[in-house]
Ligand binder design. Structure first.
Ligand SMILES: [Zn+2]
Length: 429
């Protein structure tokens, strides 16, 4: 009997020591080690290979299926590709429905009262009431679109606060044959969506791989990090809305970092950041995270700017679904990174496409072409030169890896306190 007790005690001591060691080994990290692994893990070759697959003619512009037709064939191929790449990475666990990497959803995008946008499940459950600055164009109750699609999600468990999550995300879908695109004369032609958002998807794959490499070197952030590849963004942020309201893991999301159109932009360095309805206030609203963003933007040679407020960027990408899903007294910081647009070129192109719509004489000469939701959103131009700046995309993937790592390891941002006066002045939804 005494022998058995001794064995039990010895085993308990060994197990306790092992877990204490494991915790210690994971808890402390040297940022130089992190940087070295980040530097080795993210490669331009892999970024390009992934881009070429996602934005290929075969992917047909990655359309989202409708409730009537079921998920599109292309979305099944793309999500299978993402799952295959991610499931073999050590340390990554599935973060979709029922312990799988997928989360299926069927949603109607409807217009609610008071210019709200109300994504509603096929069964009639209103998931969210999003502020919709452009919903005044539609009548209450109008159905804008329906979507049958899926999210892909994995996570890496945090070393100290595994039930708190930082979500790193990118939408993988695009507008298919461009019926809702900006060049009506090209409806029916594949809109490859290389920048929107094969760029963010490819970057996020590299980031997930990097966190797996860090894990294999016993380096983990304190909180867990989710890698979310969302569907149906182009139908109204629907995949993100679904994930935010039907979060499949137990615990709490504390911050969201979304990446949408991050490989092209006006130049090689300027980067838009949006995290509040009034963009230029972002730094003061997220002081803890802003510290990291400032530091690493200098290191990776990015200049952080706000998109023009009149573009309503805050309401137009997936991060807003998470902001909106968090209760007013427990808001979470939800950030969007996007390469800065050439606004002169965009406005000139917008004017030309307006003329085409109204059958006025218009010629979109090559100088006026813009890539946003057009057939010119390709990896290569007609001369075979790269449209996507691989060096920029590489730095972006490295940059957000560091931001996510530190956000997940640092103090929890007190966003409610930061937003208090914003709510008082009723500038918030
Ligand atoms: Zn996008």
């Amino acid at each position: 009997m005494r022998k058995i007790i001794l064995v039990v005690v010895a085993v308990t001591v060994i197990i306790t020591a092992f877990y204490a060691y494991k915790k210690l080994a994971f808890a402390a990290y040297d940022i130089v080690d992190v940087l070295n692994i980040v530097d080795q893990s993210v490669t331009q070759e892999e970024l390009l290979e992934q881009l070429e697959f996602l934005a290929s003619e075969d992917m047909g512009g990655r359309p989202t299926g409708t409730i009537e037709t079921g998920p599109s064939e292309e979305s099944i191929v793309v999500t299978t590709y993402l799952v295959d790449k991610l499931k073999s990475l050590p340390g990554l666990k599935p973060a979709g429905t029922d312990n799988s990497p997928l989360q299926n959803f069927q949603i109607k995008a409807m217009v609610g009262e008071n210019y709200k946008f109300t994504p509603t499940t096929k069964e009639g459950e209103i998931l969210s009431e999003l502020d919709c600055p452009w919903c005044n164009r539609y009548e209450t109750g109008a159905i804008l679109s329906t979507a049958d699609s899926r999210n892909v999600a994995f996570y890496i468990e945090g070393s100290e606060l595994p039930n708190e999550y930082v979500i790193l995300m990118a939408h993988y879908d695009h507008i298919g044959l461009g019926k809702t695109g900006r060049s009506p004369q090209h409806a029916g032609t594949v809109h490859p969506g290389a920048e929107d958002n094969a760029s963010g998807t490819s970057a996020l794959l590299e980031v997930a791989e990097t966190f797996s490499d860090l894990y294999q070197s016993n380096i983990r952030p304190k909180r867990s990090i989710v890698f979310l590849f969302a569907g149906a963004e182009e139908k109204g942020l629907l995949g993100a809305v679904y994930y935010a309201h039907k979060f499949p893991l137990s615990g709490k999301v504390v911050a969201v970092i979304s990446n949408d159109m991050v490989g092209r932009g006006l130049d090689n360095t300027s980067l838009w950041l949006t995290a509040t309805p009034k963009g230029e206030e972002t730094p003061e609203r997220i002081p803890e995270i802003w510290n990291y963003i400032q530091k690493w933007s200098v290191f990776f040679n990015f200049t952080i700017e706000s998109p023009p407020d009149e573009m309503n960027v805050f309401y137009r990408s997936d991060h807003y679904a998470f902001f909106s899903a968090s209760p007013e007294n427990d808001r979470i910081p939800a950030m969007l990174f996007s390469a800065k647009w050439d606004m002169d070129k965009f406005n000139a192109y917008k004017e030309e496409s307006r003329k085409i719509r109204s059958k006025e004489k218009a010629s979109v000469d090559p100088d006026k072409r813009f890539y946003y939701h057009t057939i010119w959103d390709t990896i290569y131009d007609e001369h075979g030169n790269l449209n996507i700046k691989l060096d920029r995309l590489e730095r972006h993937a490295e940059f957000i890896t560091l931001i996510a790592f530190e956000t997940a390891s640092g103090p929890r941002p007190d966003y409610v306190e930061q937003l208090k006066d914003l709510q008082k002045t009723k500038r918030l939804p």
